[in-house]
Design a binder for this molecule. Structure first.
Ligand code: PMP
Ligand code: GLN
Length: 382
């Protein structure tokens, strides 16, 4: 440790996704840990990027993102949510959803501000709050349905509450917000200055005919929201690291002040390609059906094991309870599963700040059927 550097994140280690993927590589296990598809993305979208590069679309685009891409996103939002979003003032293209979240937090947070965060929480949220000098106020989702206890939210609101962070569909649990949740949220934030950060990167990965309760549907919520999306999740190209943030003009103006000196503008050929590809509605509408089939196939296979499924209504994750197998801590169990049985998962305890053990681990089912089958064949032996 260099004695001259004072860590801004002294308690933070390496993200669980990198830890488990490295372990998977070391033990050559089947990696159902980190969330990324192992099947191919659309060949046509790959072709579109190649074409964009060959046509010479290789220089900076506008710092807010390619105009045509922002227009096409605005059209898509109108089709899906019947909401008008101004492509000039209310959309910014970002290098991924994580960056959009970080930038939104950095835009609004002042030292000492409180941010309500539900646990288990996607692992970037809390470090992103802390690095801005703000204070995460942690509220546990109620296991095993992982619902929000709105009375507890009311109790935790204080004059310092600057923001509430939401994530629907939810990583790691696969839970989703319902209409009742939205009504509760509305009644809580009404007549306050509280902002909302809504992480909706899994907007299309929603199952069983459920509706995605986007902040985009509710003008009174939208007016105080930063909503973050990821093309990586929608088009099976997580390595592209492209996404976008939507916020009302007055908030987006401030967001862009932060963005312009951190990223300025994102990969241009991919933006040309996505602008073209967004016109094909089926491509994003199909993805929920595909992932639902994957979830169902995986759940069917897993019935042969001692793992117990918890509900998953969205995202590409499924939690499983392993209490019929072991009482070990989640992290110990996950490591042993890789080392002894050749299957990698994510311990849900990694998404909590304090030690928590519900005997549940997260599986990513966005994988080829053969990968899922290979994993389950190993899990049957436990
Ligand atoms: N939020 C959640 C809940 C996620 O699971 C992910 C996936 N990594 C992201 C944000 C960020 O996505 P991106 O890879 O586009 O940064
Ligand atoms: N969102 C992915 C997951 O939850 C991983 C992204 C990452 O590794 N940062 O597994």
């Amino acid at each position: 440790m260099n004695p001259f550097i004072q860590s801004k994140l002294p308690t933070i280690g390496t993200t669980i996704f990198t830890v488990m993927t490295s372990l998977a590589a070391e033990y050559r296990s089947v990696n159902l840990g980190q969330g990324f598809p192992d099947f191919e993305m659309s060949e046509q979208l790959v072709e579109l990027v190649n074409t964009a590069m060959k046509k010479g679309n290789n220089q900076y685009v506008h710092m807010n993102g390619l105009q045509l891409l922002r227009e096409r996103i605005s059209e898509k939002i109108h089709t899906l949510y019947n909401t008008s979003i101004d492509p000039d003032k209310e959309i910014t293209i970002t290098p991924g959803g994580t960056y959009a979240i970080y930038t939104a937090l950095t835009t609004v947070l002042q030292p000492g501000d409180e941010v309500i965060v539900f646990e288990p929480a996607y692992d970037s949220y809390i470090p992103n709050i802390v690095i801005n000098g703000a204070i995460p106020v942690l509220i546990p989702l109620i296991h095993p349905e992982y619902k929000i206890d709105w009375q507890l939210v009311r109790n935790k609101i204080s004059p310092k509450t600057k923001m509430i962070m939401l994530n629907t569909p939810h990583n790691p649990t696969g839970s989703i917000l319902s209409k009742e949740d939205i009504e509760q949220l509305r009644s809580i934030v009404n007549d306050t200055n509280i902002f909302i950060l809504s992480d909706e990167v899994y907007e299309h990965l929603i199952f069983d005919g459920k509706q995605h309760e986007s902040m985009l549907r509710y003008p009174d919520l939208l007016e105080r929201s930063f909503i973050c999306f990821s093309f990586g999740k929608t088009y099976h190209c997580t390595g592209w690291k492209l996404g976008y943030c939507i916020a009302p003009a007055s908030l987006m103006k401030e967001f862009r002040k932060v963005h312009q000196f951190n990223c300025f503008s994102c990969n241009s050929p991919a933006q040309f390609a996505l602008a073209e590809f967004l016109q094909q509605k089926e491509a994003y509408l199909q993805v929920g059906k595909l992932l639902q089939q994957k979830r169902d196939h995986f759940q069917g296979l897993m019935q042969q094991t001692k793992f117990k499924a918890l509900p998953s209504y969205g995202s590409y994750f499924q939690l499983y309870d392993y209490s019929n197998i072991s009482n070990e801590k989640e992290n110990d169990f996950a490591v042993r599963l890789t080392k002894e049985y050749g299957v990698t998962v994510i311990p849900v305890s990694a998404f909590y700040q304090t030690e928590t053990n519900n005997n549940v681990v997260r599986f990513c089912f966005a994988k080829k059927n053969t990968t899922l089958e290979e994993a389950v064949n190993k899990l049957i032996t436990i």
